[in-house]
Design a binder for this molecule. Structure first.
Ligand code: SAM
Length: 472
């Protein structure tokens, strides 16, 4: 029985409720009167329910789809301005005891190179990431209680935060590790992590169990209820995601929104971010064996609708996607992207020899961080290396309150400009620097409050003189 307040996975992601929502969406896909009403409701910027959102996803009317795109673009501008937050993944270990059939780290894969970074190797990796200009990482690891126990993850986080190379520093470590206990989430919180990210992969229980035939990840309820445990452990920024391609996208979309509604209902705060990965080719993984792949147009529609339905939730896109797809979805709602990513263990310090491949999947966007930053600016965006919110305690509902107060333009905007200035001073090529300096000068004028504008301009001057790490 569907109950968004329940703590049981099968009740807050009730299979029958998903099916009923899809049936309702099918019945109403051509009901233009209802679709207009839903678009009108969405214009209030308070989001839409999973059932309402499913109708918009089912609608195939080109004019209405264009309206959805226009609205997504407008909401994106109103809530996030033109800032795009930058991050990079850091693979710590690919030892894994699970049997996920889409992932090359599965236990039965005997020919992939198994690697686990030592603390010294982490220093080398993080130094290389700092030298590109990264300030925010997402650490990734396979699930293996012997090779990658929580103590290893915690020690690694401590190491990452302690590294200072030239003007470099990693100021926010997000964590993407397997579902764990409340006690371990508490330890991650104490270690100062930013967001805890865990992809559901698929919300469809029967498929989930087939796709995860062996290992601790086989347990659907334990995996699906992980965010509740994370929040119980004190982590209030959590990141959801499904791996598109595994199950029917309409099922995943409705269930993903049900998960967001559940977190909001039980914990008073929805997900901090939603990621939208699609299955990629990897070592012994052929994405074509999965029947539910989605084309770029459907993918864009999903991104636009996530933007409309959960306006306060950040959306993340990785280098799994090409430059062209990234460009399209940035406009429709994506607020965070990775740049210059390596999905191999140890790949930042030195490229892996071909016979030693440890990559999790192939990346499509292989540009350097400098190239990605320049490209974003040429498209009219401000690449932001800001990590201020969680360092100032603005997490969970306090972050949401900042969004809702309309003060983002007096806070996130200057922070974006100041951190971009650091990037330009310390890491950018001459060409990128030239474009960036002009952008900062123009964008400073868009800080509404005069006092903030003057302080930001002063901080930017001080960055030129060598001082770092200002924030509002
Ligand atoms: N092992 C952890 C877990 O169980 O959640 C950490 C996550 S893993 C390192 C990061 C994510 O990569 C997975 O959650 C999965 O969605 C995604 N992934 C795995 N194989 C993939 C593939 N072939 N293509 C694209 N993404 C993949």
């Amino acid at each position: 029985m569907y109950n968004k307040y329940s703590l049981k996975a099968e009740e807050f992601i009730d299979h029958e409720e998903v099916l009923a929502s899809l049936a309702y969406a099918d019945e109403n896909r051509d009901n233009l009167e209802l679709i207009d009403q839903l678009l009108e409701k969405a214009r209030l910027r308070k989001g839409l329910s999973h059932r309402e959102a499913s109708v918009l996803l089912a609608c195939q009317n080109p004019d209405k789809i264009q309206e959805m795109y226009d609205l997504a673009e407008q909401i994106k501008k109103d809530f996030y301005g033109n800032r795009i937050v930058m991050f990079a993944p850091l693979y710590l270990s690919n030892y894994c005891v699970n049997g996920c059939v889409y992932c090359p780290y599965h236990l039965k894969n005997k020919h992939i190179a198994r690697k686990k970074l030592t603390q010294e190797e982490i220093v080398r990796e993080v130094t290389a990431l700092q030298d590109m200009g990264h300030k925010r990482l997402a650490i990734e690891s396979g699930e293996d209680p012997v090779h990658n126990p929580i103590e290893y993850i915690l020690e690694s986080i401590q190491t990452i935060y302690s590294i200072r190379h030239k003007n470099g520093a990693i100021r926010r470590v997000n964590v993407n590790i397997a579902a764990t206990t409340v006690e371990n989430y508490r330890k991650l919180k104490e270690a100062g992590i930013g967001t805890y990210i865990l992809f559901q992969e698929t919300y469809h229980k029967e498929s989930y169990e087939k796709l995860h035939p062996t290992g601790p990840k086989h347990n659907y309820a334990y995996h699906t209820e992980a965010m509740d445990r994370a929040m119980e452990g004190g982590i209030d920024d959590v990141g959801l995601g499904v791996l598109f391609g595994l199950e029917l996208y309409r099922y995943e979309f409705a269930a993903l929104l049900m998960h967001a509604e559940h977190l909001e209902a039980v914990h008073g705060v929805g997900p901090h971010t939603i990621s939208v990965p699609r299955i990629k080719h990897a070592d012994d993984i052929d994405p074509n064996v999965f029947d539910n792949g989605i084309d770029d147009e459907t993918f864009a529609k999903i991104c636009a609708l996530i933007r409309i339905c959960v306006p306060y939730t950040g959306m993340i896109i990785s280098t799994r996607e090409s430059k062209a797809v990234r460009e399209k979805v940035l406009r429709l709602g994506v607020s965070q992207i990775s740049g210059a990513s390596r999905t191999s263990v140890g790949g930042y310090y030195e490229p892996e020899p071909e016979e030693e491949c440890s990559e999790q999947f192939d990346v499509s966007d292989k540009r350097t961080l400098d190239e990605v930053v320049r490209w974003l600016m040429e498209l009219g965006y401000i690449p932001s290396f800001c990590t201020a919110c969680y360092r100032e305690g603005r997490t969970g509902d306090r972050f949401m309150a900042l969004c809702k107060s309309g003060q983002i333009q007096n806070c996130c905007h200057p922070n974006a400009l100041m951190t971009l200035k650091e990037f330009l001073m310390d890491y950018a090529s001459e060409e990128t620097k030239k474009i960036g300096e002009a952008l900062i000068e123009a964008e400073l004028k868009n800080i509404p409050r005069e006092k903030t504008r003057l302080i930001a301009a002063d901080h930017i001057k001080k960055i030129e003189e060598g001082i770092r790490d200002f924030r509002f």
